[in-house]
Design a protein around this ligand. Structure first.
Ligand code: ADP
Ligand code: ZN
Length: 598
């Protein structure tokens, strides 16, 4: 019999019909013994790029991964597929570790996941590996080699030893970090100069981007969540206090919400993380400490109550949604307060001037994204130097195109109001002066005598706040450090004040209008009942084995079962995500539910 092809193996073991994106050429390259550097966004399907070659090449694939939680999940998922996989890391006791080591040298493993420090230990390098038939080395999260990144791991620098000792064993390094400097550093540090580079588009087409003006964030969040019952998602907030308060508020509203931040006891953190992974429909309220190494595929939304610090942060955090390829949402509320806070945080930090300039420009790019009237996806990808020719049709700006208005005159009034009041006041007071509100403060300061007093009666206070926010975001106004948001004119304000340039601003959206589109978790509303039953069965099976539900079947697979309604094992085996082993183990139980539903 001819050897099994990659595609046949994909169908038999993983239950998928087609490779995605660059998976196939990458796999062929590795199987034939080449080295590769793979850049693919989160959810792009990096794991298959080494898992399939691991099964096609003789011997054991050694997968180096810095993330313990992720290793365990991957091994659980592979075991469900009938693949012989194990991990070695600090969570194992000596006896279990010994047993796995024996399996390794006896050739009983297809894949072994190992933490970098473990791999580099003399015992592993000198004693075990030389006695092992090695199929390939996979270096996951390869950006950890970069000392400029947040995830720098010293041990990654020493991984060049693999190539030196086993030059004939193919290596595949993988990362979701896109930027060119990091890529160059990976190539250099891991000695991958000869490796072929596979660079995927960083677009995440199934994520719908949406940015809303922040007015009553809790209520806005609650409305958002109410429209998405039983969906798993992450809500990001900047401070621990806000995380705790928001989670408590949501629980009070009957939402299954948990908190996660670095200030919580590590056992509480671990417990919450496990519940998020294993239970259906948990909303995790978290600081950005949460998410790294979480590869839960069915996160349906990522909500930001506060702005991330940069476009990189935004892309990475929103990217935790929708890894399974099903529709997911990135939703963010944003207001002047965020801009003031983040600008002050940067200016007031201990960092050197160069660093501050860099952080400031990163924040400015993010603010421009928030205020943009252009397709969000185009703006986002353009930031990462990727061209996206057509508007995407799957972001708020595409779905409900915002209006712009000629705000040149309004901007001049606003800027001159800042100037005439002495560049020491925040938006509240400035708006009072423009609107002609003779408040005690306005009168005491004599601002009712200024030429700008009352010149803004043509716009509402809300509109003025929007003008100020956009002027700050656009860099026409600076925020005074250590103040409650006092505004000063910047260099960029001059040509505007002098009437040399014009400015168009984004029309604030009507508040009451609900988003036009809303997607449901079920394929067809009529399938809701069956889909829920399938989910319950999955939850029960997962609990019995103490594994996350998605390692049994993904939502997408359950949805396909609910709509295709297979009546035989053969038909069920055709469904995406149903491989031979799972068919054998779970097929009858799921079929019974389908039959009962008809
Ligand atoms: P990454 O590591 O790049 O974030 P994963 O390897 O975890 O992505 O894959 C993301 C999801 O896509 C997983 O749920 C995986 O099962 C699914 N997937 C990957 N490749 C395919 C494919 N060829 N067909 C269908 N689903 C796939
Ligand atoms: Zn768009």
């Amino acid at each position: 019999m001819a050897a099994e092809t990659a595609r046949q193996l994909l169908r038999r073991v993983f239950g998928f019909d087609d490779f995605r994106g660059l998976q196939q050429p990458i796999i062929e390259h590795i199987v034939s013994g080449g080295d590769a550097l793979v850049l693919m966004p989160t959810g792009g399907g990096k794991s298959l790029c080494y898992q399939v070659p691991a099964l096609l090449r003789p011997g054991t694939a050694i997968v180096i991964s810095p993330l313990i939680a992720l290793m365990q999940d991957q091994v659980a998922a592979l075991t469900q597929l009938g693949v012989r996989a194990a991990f070695l890391n600090s969570t194992l006791d000596a006896a279990s570790a010994n047993a796995i080591e024996r399996q390794l040298v006896d050739g009983e493993l297809d894949l072994l996941y190992v933490a970098p420090e473990r791999l580099l230990s003399p015992r592993f390098l000198e004693n075990l590996l030389p006695r092992t038939q090695i199929a390939l080395f996979a270096i996951d999260e390869a950006h950890c080699v970069s000392q400029w990144g947040h995830d720098f791991r010293r041990e990654y620098r020493e991984l060049t030893v693999l190539h030196e000792r086993w030059p004939q064993v193919p290596r595949i390094a993988l990362t979701a970090t896109a930027d060119t400097p990091t890529r160059a550093e990976i190539v250099e540090r891991l000695n991958l100069g000869e490796a072929r580079q596979f660079v995927s588009s960083f677009d995440r087409p199934n994520i719908r981007y949406r940015v809303e003006e922040k007015h009553d964030p809790r209520k806005q969040l609650l409305n958002f969540l109410r429209g998405r019952p039983n969906q798993a998602g992450i809500v990001y907030a900047l401070s621990r206090k806000k995380v705790d308060e928001t989670a408590e508020f949501l629980r009070g509203e009957g939402i299954h919400a948990l908190a996660y931040h670095a200030g919580l006891d590590s056992s509480v953190r671990a417990h919450h993380q496990t519940r998020f992974l294993r239970e259906d429909g948990v909303v995790m309220v978290a600081t950005i400490a949460f998410g790294m190494g979480i590869d839960k595929p069915d996160v349906r939304f990522v909500a930001h109550l506060d702005l991330p610090k940069s476009m990189e942060g935004y892309y990475q955090e929103t990217g935790r949604g929708g890894r399974d390829g099903d529709p997911a949402e990135a939703w963010m509320v944003y207001g002047l307060g965020d801009v003031v806070l983040l600008r002050q945080m940067i200016d007031g930090s201990e960092a050197g001037d160069e660093r501050k300039r860099l952080e400031r420009s990163k924040l400015d790019a993010l603010l421009a994204y928030c205020e943009s009237v252009r397709c969000r996806r185009q703006t986002l990808l353009a930031y990462f130097a990727e061209d996206y020719p057509q508007p995407c049709g799957n972001c708020d700006n595409c779905l409900e195109p915002p209006q712009t208005w000629d705000a040149t005159l309004a901007a001049q009034k606003a800027l001159s109001c800042v100037y005439r009041t002495g560049q020491r006041f925040g938006v509240g007071h400035l708006t009072d002066v423009l609107a002609g509100n003779a408040t005690v403060r306005v009168v005491e300061l004599g601002h009712d005598k200024l030429s700008t007093f009352g010149v803004g009666a043509d716009l509402s206070e809300r509109q003025w706040k929007g003008v100020f926010r956009q002027l700050v975001a656009g860099g026409y106004l600076d925020v005074e450090l250590g103040s409650y948001g006092s505004l000063r004119l910047s260099e960029a304000a001059r040509p505007l004040l002098r009437g040399e340039v014009e400015i168009a601003l984004r029309q604030e959206r009507e508040r009451k209008r609900a988003p036009k589109t809303r997607f449901s978790v079920a394929a067809h509303p009529a399938d809701d009942g069956l889909f829920e039953q399938l989910r319950e069965l999955r939850a029960k099976l997962a609990r019995e084995q103490n594994v996350p539900a998605y390692v049994i079947f993904h939502d997408a697979t359950l949805r396909a079962i609910a709509s295709e309604r297979p009546h035989s094992l053969a038909q069920l085996g055709e469904v995406q995500g149903v491989g031979a082993r799972k068919l054998e183990r779970y097929g009858e139980a799921f079929l019974a539910l389908v039959r009962a539903a008809d």
